[in-house]
Design a protein around this ligand. Structure first.
Ligand SMILES: CC(C)(COP(=O)(O)OP(=O)(O)OC[C@H]1O[C@@H](n2cnc3c(N)ncnc32)[C@H](O)[C@@H]1OP(=O)(O)O)[C@@H](O)C(=O)NCCC(=O)NCCS
Length: 182
């Protein structure tokens, strides 16, 4: 996909980003057959808003977002921060102190066109420039799990039925050097 800019979010883009989170979270749940889980949808949108706020208020220190734009419209996000409560709980603290990449979101109309890979590559370089050699990433969405398995291999942690019967949670621990070689 051509003409994609990747850069830090601006304060005046807050509302557009809130809308973007809503679009992606709602669509993702619908595609997973989970549109009825309205509380989970609302909670995830609120979590993402808090993540963004944490970036703005700490100037990228506590959480660091990058966004993708096409013709000045926001079509993707990615962020990193220290591993959060969910990963720490699922791994009994084994990954504490490592960084986690999250909010890898691409607008439904732009998925499968390489935007996710562009965001990931930009984040690999950001992390590498900061001397960070590895990261973790987790997912409870079955569609995303397929994509991450293809990219990162089998998950390092698989918590069976974490979200209910048939809904597993998966966590990967990835070396950046392995990704940049590809
Ligand atoms: C997951 C997501 C970020 C991927 O972004 P994308 O722009 O669609 O992905 P890309 O086109 O860059 O493709 C990335 C890789 O996934 C593969 N891929 C993409 N969609 C796929 C699918 N439905 N099934 C299998 N592989 C797929 C591509 O072939 C590519 O593989 P490669 O790196 O080996 O070439 C995007 O689909 C998304 O936002 N999904 C909804 C939100 C979500 O679940 N986010 C992840 C939360 S953990």
């Amino acid at each position: 996909m051509k003409d994609i800019d990747i850069r830090r979010p601006r304060l005046e883009e807050k509302e557009e980003l809130h809308q973007f989170f809503k679009i992606v979270v709602t669509d993702t749940h619908a595609r997973e057959g989970l549109a009825y889980m309205t509380d989970a949808i609302d909670n995830e949108i609120e979590d993402k808003k808090k993540f963004l706020e944490s970036d703005y208020s700490s100037n990228g220190e506590n959480r660091y977002f990058l966004i993708a734009l096409h013709k000045s419209m926001i079509i993707g996000t990615i962020e990193y921060a220290l591993t959060g409560e969910l990963i720490n709980r699922c791994t009994n603290g084994a990954l504490k102190g490592l960084f986690e990449i999250g909010t890898v979101f691409v607008h439904p109309d732009y998925q499968r066109q390489g935007v996710g890979n562009l965001l990931l590559n930009a984040m690999y370089h950001t992390l590498q420039d900061r001397g960070i050699k590895e990261f973790c990433l987790d997912s409870g969405y079955s569609n995303a799990q397929k994509i991450w398995k293809k990219k990162f291999g089998e998950p390092d942690y698989l918590i069976k039925d974490f979200w209910g019967e048939g809904y597993d949670h998966m966590i990967w621990r990835v070396k950046i050097a392995d990704m940049l070689e590809k």
